[in-house]
Design a protein around this ligand. Sequence first.
Ligand SMILES: [Zn+2]
Length: 600
Amino acid sequence: MRRKATSWSPILAYGVSLTGTERWSAAPRTSVQLLGAFLSWRGAPDGCRCRQSGSKNVRWLKASVRQRHQPSGAEARPAQPLVITTPLFYVNAAPHMGSAYPTMACDALARYHRMQGRAVRFITGTDEHGEKIAQAAAAAGRTPQEHCDLVSGEFRALWAKLNISYDRFIRTTSANHAAMVMTFMERVLQRGDIYKASYEGLYCTGCEEYKDPKELVEDTQCPLHLKRCEQRAEENYFFRLSRYQAQVEALLANDDFMRPAERRNEVLSWVREGLRDFSVSRAKNPWGIPMPNDASQTIYVWFDALLGYLTALFDEDEPPQLEKVEERGWPAHVHVLGKDITRFHACYWPAMLHSVGLNAPQQLFSHGFLTKDGMKMGKSLGNTLDPHALVDEFNADAVRYYFLRGIEFGRDGDFSRDRFIQIVNAELANSVGNLLNRTLNLLKRHNNLSLPVVAPSAHPLADLTRTCTAEAAAAYEKLDFSGAAEALMRIASEANSFIDHEAPWTKLRNPETKSEAFPVLAVILEAVRVLGVALWPLIPETSERMLRALCYPVAGPGEVASTAAAFVPSWHDTKWNARRDLLQPGVRFRTPEPVFPRLE
Ligand SMILES: [Zn+2]
């Protein structure tokens, strides 16, 4: 039986009729049950009947809700790490700013949680299967594996350059991953969620999916790739996504599941139109993992890639075990992803997990698109932004700071060279770097780099620091990196006003007033120390230089390691005078070196 595909994801006659039956017979009962559980459970006392339901579906939903209402995974389950993931990047082309951007954000988040003493597993990696990869490799005269090795290596090189402190880099062409995919697919097959059917439709190899004719632009072109879609007909295996309509809807009805809210609403209204089964195998693509039940077909690249998040819960040298993902930190604390791939993560992925009895991730955070000088970036437009070149010309912290501070995470953002230089110079070079430098230089000139007093406990800057670091912590928790930086810059700005007002340089020149200058300098250095600690998630190298200048035992130039094993300041150190063990009366500082170079 053959029918035209009527959606971006193919639908078959058989699938549709089956879906229909399920929805009209089984689904209403299930969804009422689920909704009831969802609505009543949060407020229900222990022992209430809705808490004791034996239904696996309800248990799954309850667990999903429960996890999202825990303050944080780490406090609740100390042994299990907080799992933070970037998307697994497709290796059809070299990494660009759009791949560096979410990775810098995840790095800042992972660093923040580590500062809070939480165990973190920060996962990133590359998605390496699919027809598009095979085509890109052939065009470059390489085998697909050679192509993947090369491009995946470029991602790791860029991550090293940007000081990305990942715990695990997963490659979907690794043997461990293939084992995970096979086990998972076998489980889904056993569950009865896979069936075979034929279809015909318009396929975009760029998207690796069948397109809904309604989405196409002139002459059957894919709206994203502006390339004609191919008419295809083949027999494939399908996943019964439609069976999970109620669960996916309930998940998306929860505010915390997906941010920002407007993107969640977009996906929710799409889901409410009815989820359709999607094809999870390809007959004509040899570059993939074979279906466990039929070696003539390979597993659809998206189905394969999403499972990389599970494989990555295990180290490279350990065989991944589906039974152990929960003790390794599943469900993930947050998946950070681009808004173009939210449907895969918000609909397919939770349903796939549910099929094998696992919980959905706790949160999806979808970031916006980047433009350059107000224009969409692209090779054809000749205005790409090469992250390697940007780091080489300036430095990693300047790049990290601009993208995390200058753009509200979750919204679209623009890069312009002028704005980049202006923000970084004003805040990092002047407000923070220069403040530390001129203070230490005053001590060098007038008191042999020694500070005879510590900062007073009661001081307006101490109060401001308390307020602003609390705001920054709350902002980091919700991935509001620009909000965190903004709160911290208020400390820097007030500290600059304070030193300008007190003019300690005048007092230092006169032996009679010299001693009055020291408490002022102590207050400034204490404020800078707090900033050095609190800015670490955003600008680790600069932060480490600042803390090194303030007597922290941090590795010197050339010794700054970029992995999780390196120096991690404690968030507790953001408290005023928290490190009197380091900044004692009479402490002598190192010869000051500029902590942040002015960009030209
Ligand atoms: Zn496309």
